[in-house]
Design a protein around this ligand. Sequence first.
Ligand SMILES: Cc1cc2nc3c(=O)[nH]c(=O)nc-3n(C[C@H](O)[C@H](O)[C@H](O)COP(=O)(O)OP(=O)(O)OC[C@H]3O[C@@H](n4cnc5c(N)ncnc54)[C@H](O)[C@@H]3O)c2cc1C
Length: 418
Amino acid sequence: MDFAARTKITICPYESREPPSVTSLHFTAELNVLTPATDSANSSSTDCAIVGASFAGLACATVLARRGLRVRIVERKDDPGEKLHTTGIIVKEVVDHIALFDALPVDLVRSIPGVRLYAPNMRYVDLDAPGYYFLATDTPNVIRWLAGRVQQVGAQLSCGRSFNGATKVRGGYHLGDLGETRYLIGADGPNSQVARSLNLGQNAKFLFGVEYEFAGLSLAVDDRLHCFLDRKLAPGYLGWMVPGVGVTQIGLARRMRHDPDAIKRVMERFLDKIAPVVDVRDREATSIRAGMIPCGGVVRPVATQRALLVGDAAGMVSPVTAGGIHTALKHGLAAGHAVAEFLEGKCEDPAQWFSASYPKFRTKRLLRLLFDTFQSDLFFNVMLASRPMRMAASYVYFHRQGVMKSARREVTSVQPGL
Ligand SMILES: Cc1cc2nc3c(=O)[nH]c(=O)nc-3n(C[C@H](O)[C@H](O)[C@H](O)COP(=O)(O)OP(=O)(O)OC[C@H]3O[C@@H](n4cnc5c(N)ncnc54)[C@H](O)[C@@H]3O)c2cc1C
C-alpha cells in the first residue's frame, strides 16, 4: 500500500496505542482514507474483500484482520460516518454480547431506560423492563470510531470507491480495478450491488424511514423512547422521537415506496400531531436521515461459492422492530470467524453452511403480516392499556425480558406543554 499517497482525515488523533476506554470523555478516532489514485499493486490482491463500511462490514473486517488475514473494505462514501440512513439506536444486547463495543467512548451514547407508547388518539402507556435500556448514539461518530478500530488492527479501508461487479476466477473473484480476492462479502446495505452481481437473493419488501434531527431542544421526558402508532401517518410501522446525543431525532417509517414530496407532507402532519409533546414546527431540522428498511426476512440464496451477504444486504432486519444494527454486528462478527476458518484451511466454504445460523424471523414475519393486514387505529385506541397489548409491546421492545411485570397499567392523556 502506498502510504505516502494516503489522504489522512484525522478526526482526533490517537495519542497512544491504547484503545479508548468506556470512561474516556474524549472521542478519538483516526480514519485513513485511500483515494482512488493511491491503490498500488500490492493492495490489489486480498484474502477477503468486504463491500460496505457500516455495522456489518466493519464488524466482519475486524475479526478477519485480527486473525492476520489481508482484508480490504470498499466504501463508496468518502467518510463512512456521513449520510447515514439510521436512527442508530442500539439495544442492550449489543452492550451485553458484543465485546467490540466495550471500549466505545461514553460520550457517543446516551442511555434510555424506557418506552412511552402512544395510541393514535395520543393516550399513552409507559413500558419498562427491569435492567433493560436502549442506547441512543452519536451514530456518525460511532461508525467513524469502528472504522478507526478496524484500521488499527490492520484492515485496509478504501473510501470513495464503489464495488461495480465481480467475475469468478479460480480461487476467488476478480473485482475490476479493485483487484482480486479469495473471498467476497456483501455488507452493502438494502439494495446490495454484490447480491445483484452474483445473482443472489435481493430484498423485495421494504419500509421507508425518514428522520429529522433537531439541536438544542429541551424535552420534559427525556428518558424514554417515544413511539407513536398511527395507521394514516405510519402504516405498517410507527413514528418516534428519540432524545439522542446532543440532538432530538424525530421520524417515522411506513410501508410505502420512497416519494420525497409525499414523505415531506406526512412529516409535516406528524410534527403537527406530536406538537403537544414536542413542538418543532417553527424549527429547521439540522439534518435529515432517510432510507429503505428491508422487512421481508433473509434473502435466498444468501451465499454462493466464496461469497456471502451479511447485514441489510442479507435482509437481516427484524421484520417487526425494523432494528438491524444488532444482527448486522452479531452476524458480521460470526461471518468474519467463519470466513477466517475457511481461508486458514480449517473448514469448508461457509457459503455451504454458515447461513444456516442466520435468523429465520418466523414469528416476527407472522407478526409483520398480521400488523400489515389488521393494523387499526380504533383497536389501538381501545386496547392500548390492556394486559395482552402491554405484554405484546413489552415482548417487542424488551425481547421477553420482564414481560409479565414490566408494562405499567395506567394510561395517560397527553397534556399540552408536557
Ligand atoms: C430511517 C432508518 C432508521 C433506522 N433505525 C434503526 C435503529 O434505530 N436501530 C437499529 O437497530 N436499526 C435501525 N435501522 C436499520 C439499520 O440502520 C440497518 O439495519 C443497519 O444500518 C444495517 O447495517 P449494514 O452494515 O448491514 O448496512 P448499511 O448500514 O446499510 O451500510 C451499507 C454500506 O455499504 C455502502 N455501499 C453500498 N453500496 C456500495 C457499493 N456498491 N460499493 C461500496 N460501498 C457500498 C454504503 O455506503 C454503506 O456505508 C434503521 C434504518 C433506517 C432506514
